[in-house]
Design a protein around this ligand. Structure first.
Ligand code: SF4
Length: 237
């Protein structure tokens, strides 16, 4: 690929080389400086770095119109918790309560998740909680493939920024999306899988979604077994 083609495709190396060439040209013209918005400078500085800040990603999500869900949302739900957490919980998408509050897992299912986290001797502030989709699908319908395609880069960047060792995937949708599989949650849960983020391998424990447990309390025992495996793996050796 020639350099201009790489530049047009947004290859960071080619873009930076092009920018350097342009700066050399400005210098030759005796131009000593020019203005760039701070946001653009920060974005260029963060290209390709795992250390992209959560707040930079959040501000993109807050004004995102990347899929039709922005038309129905009250507030995008970016995620909440410890930005350097060892454990990230990933759910499906915001529901009605979350859409109104702009916070993940605040309704009845959220209260149950808070209890699960407390049973791990942790608080919501110790972990990070987010969803695959940042905006609520109307009537809580299942996310569409094009919505997942549009939104999942935000999640990947969030995970790269946080750098967790473990992810607990809540429900079939989160587990299947993260692990790129259509294996049912009943077969995925109970054992660790791998999610690759940059050069890192993150252990993923899929389990049932707390909203599912509200209607199937008999499955709490399975979730507790999965959470105990997670706790064991998280213990310092
Ligand atoms: S769901 Fe994701 S991609 Fe769609 S508008 Fe919201 S933030 Fe953007």
């Amino acid at each position: 690929m020639n350099r201009w083609a790489a530049f047009e495709k947004g290859d960071p190396g080619a873009v930076l080389e092009g920018a350097a060439e342009y700066l050399r040209f400005l210098k030759e013209c005796n131009c000593s400086g020019f203005d760039l918005p701070k946001r653009s400078i920060a974005r260029v500085e963060n290209w390709g770095k795992a250390g992209e800040s959560l707040s930079a990603i959040r501000s993109e999500v807050l004004r995102c119109r990347g899929c039709p869900l922005h038309q129905h949302r009250n507030r995008p739900v970016f995620g909440a918790g410890n930005g350097t957490a060892r454990l990230v919980f990933v759910g499906e998408a915001p529901g009605r309560d979350e859409d109104l509050a702009g916070e993940p897992f605040v309704g009845e299912a959220g209260k149950l998740l808070t209890k699960i986290i407390a049973a791990m001797n942790l608080t919501r502030e110790d972990v990070y909680i987010c969803n695959i989709l940042k905006c609520r699908p109307p009537e809580n319908r299942n996310p569409l493939p094009q919505e997942v395609r549009a939104c999942s880069p935000f999640l990947r960047r969030q995970i790269a920024s946080i750098g967790p060792d473990f992810i607990c995937a809540l429900g079939a949708f989160a587990a299947q999306t993260l692990l790129k599989t259509d294996t049912p949650i009943s077969r995925l849960r109970g054992s660790f899988h791998t999610f690759r983020s940059g050069g890192r391998r993150i252990s993923v424990m899929p389990t049932f979604h707390p909203a599912f447990l509200l209607h199937h309390p008999e499955r709490k025992r399975d979730v507790w077994a999965d959470i105990q495996k997670l706790m064991q793996a998280m213990e310092p050796h």
